[in-house]
Design a protein around this ligand. Structure first.
Ligand code: F3S
Length: 388
């Protein structure tokens, strides 16, 4: 791999052992996949920071970089941890609170911004054409498809190494020649009162190329967020081209095939309906909710009274509990469990439920795989109604 003089100095250890080690990781991975050079990044987003997911090995990996004097050389944010940082949630377990706090201390010590969210684009919106090194597949596909930024789906270690060096390897989504939509995917016409989660899971399972998504009825940005996250969970997608949304010049289109997603294709992804007597977890917030989505939920539950057959859990960015205290308190007073800076996929649940009803294909995908839970994918309003 060709390196600049500065990059060679970083690799040789002239900027300290943490930078040298981080550089070694990036160069090794880059060489393994044939990257010709490195690329400077503007923002690193480090995933793989939840103790519940990374365990002792991951904690030691992060601690070692901290102990070697690692320090962010670029703007760096971090993904959710495995505890509720607001302290309000009764559903998210605190079993790993001490271990998570150690991880958080090392990350903050390296100068990473403790945002604990999977929607880092609301902290710092990417600019079209800029290079990023982001972990968290749902954020990556959103950054590439909605903002026209350029990032691969980095693993946690590479994103951390990019934070400490300011570079990642130049390959994949960083090269315009790989940002070409080759399959046009036609979304069902009538998605009223349906979740886009099953559509995303179907695309993830069935389409390997970069898709161009064709909608007859324009979805909301929140629907697109769910769709993209679900695609990226079930498949290896990092980009979907959405005409009129994806910034021009950030992609090319060379359509070789056209497919139609049929409503009947989606049934198997919708899962089962809750049975009478089931103790239901109604979950919204994967990816984390934006303020406007939180407002929508507030309006929905405001019309319903208190949940009778289970719990509603919403997951939000870390700082929302402080930024919008009245909204959060009102939701809690209406029987909603609010967890900040975490989610049920990257944590342990403190309570048992018979079934999870969610609008998120990504949450459904992982909650059934990791926690072995029965899942039901429904529209946002049906999710909320499922506990009344
Ligand atoms: Fe975010 Fe957890 Fe979903 S990290 S994307 S809410 S699985």
């Amino acid at each position: 791999m060709w390196l600049t003089r500065e990059q060679e100095a970083l690799l040789r250890g002239e900027y300290g052992p943490a930078v040298a080690k981080a550089m070694e990781i990036i160069v090794k991975v880059g060489e393994a996949i044939g990257a010709p050079r490195l690329v400077e990044v503007e923002h690193a987003h480090v995933s793989g920071v939840s103790y519940s997911n990374i365990g002792e090995y991951g904690l030691e990996f992060i601690r070692d970089f901290f102990a070697m004097g690692g320090r962010a050389r670029v703007y760096t944010t971090i993904n959710p941890g495995c505890v509720d940082y607001s302290g309000y949630s009764m559903i998210i377990s605190r079993v790993y609170a001490e271990k998570q706090s150690d991880i958080d201390k090392y990350l903050a010590g390296m100068g990473f911004k403790p945002v604990f969210t999977c929607i880092p684009y609301y902290h710092r919106a990417p600019i079209a054409g800029e290079h990023l090194a982001w972990g968290e597949s749902s954020a990556v596909i959103f950054a590439n498809s909605i903002y026209g930024a350029m990032t691969n789906r980095e693993g946690g270690p590479i994103a951390l190494a990019a934070a400490l060096t300011g570079y990642t390897y130049y390959a994949g989504m960083h090269e315009k020649s790989n940002r070409v939509a080759r399959v046009q995917v036609n979304i069902p016409d009538d998605m009223r009162n349906k979740s886009y989660g099953p559509v995303g899971l179907w695309i993830g399972d069935n389409i390997k190329e970069v898709p161009l998504l064709r909608f007859r009825v324009k979805p909301s940005l929140w629907d697109i967020k769910i769709l993209l996250a679900s695609m990226a969970a079930a498949g290896s997608h990092a980009l979907a081209v959405i005409p009129g949304v994806t910034p021009e010049n950030s992609f090319a289109v060379e359509i070789e095939d056209r497919v139609w997603v049929e409503e009947s294709d989606l049934e198997k992804y919708e899962g089962v309906q809750p049975a009478p007597g089931d103790h239901v977890l109604a979950y919204v917030g994967c990816p984390h909710l934006h303020f406007w989505e939180l407002r929508m939920i507030d309006e929905l539950v405001g019309r319903m009274g208190r949940p009778r057959r289970g719990k509603i859990l919403v997951t939000i960015p870390f700082e929302y509990a402080q930024t919008y205290p009245q909204l959060v308190q009102r939701l809690i007073s209406r029987g909603v469990d609010v967890a900040a800076g975490t989610c049920p996929v990257v944590s342990k649940l403190a309570r048992k439920f018979d079934i999870v009803v969610t609008n998120s294909g990504k949450a459904a995908f992982y909650l059934s795989k990791i926690h072995g839970l029965r899942v039901s994918l429904r529209s946002l309003s049906e999710v909320v109604k499922s506990v009344y």
